[in-house]
Ligand binder design. Sequence first.
Ligand code: CAA
Length: 377
Amino acid sequence: MDFQFTPDQTALLKMVQEVVTKEIIPYAHEMDEKATIRPELIQQLHNAGLLNLTVPEEYDGPGLDALTIAFIYEQLGRGDAGVATSVAANALASYPVLTTGTHEQKQYFFNFLNEGKLAAFALTEPGAGSDAGSVATAAVKDGDDYILNGTKCFITNGGLADIFVVFANARKSAGIRGLTAFIVDRNTPGFSVGKHEDKMGIRSSNTCELILDHVRVPSSRRIGKEGHGFKIAMKTLDSARPFVGAVSIGLAQAAFDFAVKYARERQQFGKAIASFQLVQAMIADMGMKLESARLLVYKACWMKEQGLSFSKEAAMAKCLASDTAMQITTDAVQVVGGYGYSKEYPVERYMRDAKIMQIYEGTNQIQRLVIGNHILY
Ligand code: CAA
């Protein structure tokens, strides 16, 4: 066990921190207000090599391990959780192809990411949120193609992505055993972007509805076998959930750092509020929670890299880190007081951003079900 970064990780993280400090933090408030990512930032993220982190070396990507990717997301989360979410959505969309795609599918899909394009993972529907198996989008076989019809909602990068992994049911009577994954190009006739969500937090990230109206997809773009989509989705979420944890601890770190700095500077009753023991206790608790959540996120990523079963730890990491981010950002607002509630300071944004971490990629209630099932059965 080693808690130090390797020289390569140190160099990579220094570069990421520079991007975060120069290109993300100064614009985070504006992106939150405008509810959009700066278009130039997508190009800058690509130039920094941050949009294809999961692409293996044999497909011209950096071939990074999960732990290094988590370190990067943590830094991005420190800058802006919405930007981190957009970047992490590329990883989320890449896993079905990475784990189950053919060589041709990998070449095709990863080329988009290598070129700096955004990708999206389209599973959720108005009637299929926590109950992911109840996807109603239909995939009907027509010769050597499938015709997809349905609506997806809350799709991260939905309005900006060029390439999508779409889950549809190819055998409705088979329930979750009909669920099938497809690679769908944005330019396919019948594919369109619907409503843009006006969200509470992570406002720099793009979240849209997708409409599939007789979208013709060749069988060669089906990922894995017909009916294997549910397991592909679950395995993907196992891989991606620790990354939600990584973004959460980055976000929590930003809130914590702000609260510590503020507590040292803010004078009340003739001295810095940091000298009051009730404030010190809050800061101590925030620090302990942050460190323990970080360790669990790192452990889940490490287990994945060791080839160990990590589904339970992935759910634990996501759940603990996002609950921790919610507590720490809320406490940071409390430490900063009335100013913390004002948009003049970033802590209220951190608190709004933290909420979604407990909801997306499986609510924390679902994570607790997954964890409980692993422990008990
Ligand atoms: N890996 C492999 N297989 C798995 C698995 C896993 N982690 N989890 C379940 N399976 C398999 C089971 O073994 C079972 O297979 P068999 O039938 O062959 O035995 C099958 O899948 C069904 O399993 P369950 O009976 O446990 O399925 P369920 O219907 O009860 O649902 C659930 C389980 C955990 C609730 C699941 O539906 C779930 O994770 N829901 C949350 C959905 C979610 O996370 N959505 C996020 C959308 S993406 C997003 O949010 C992205 C974004 O915006 C950034």
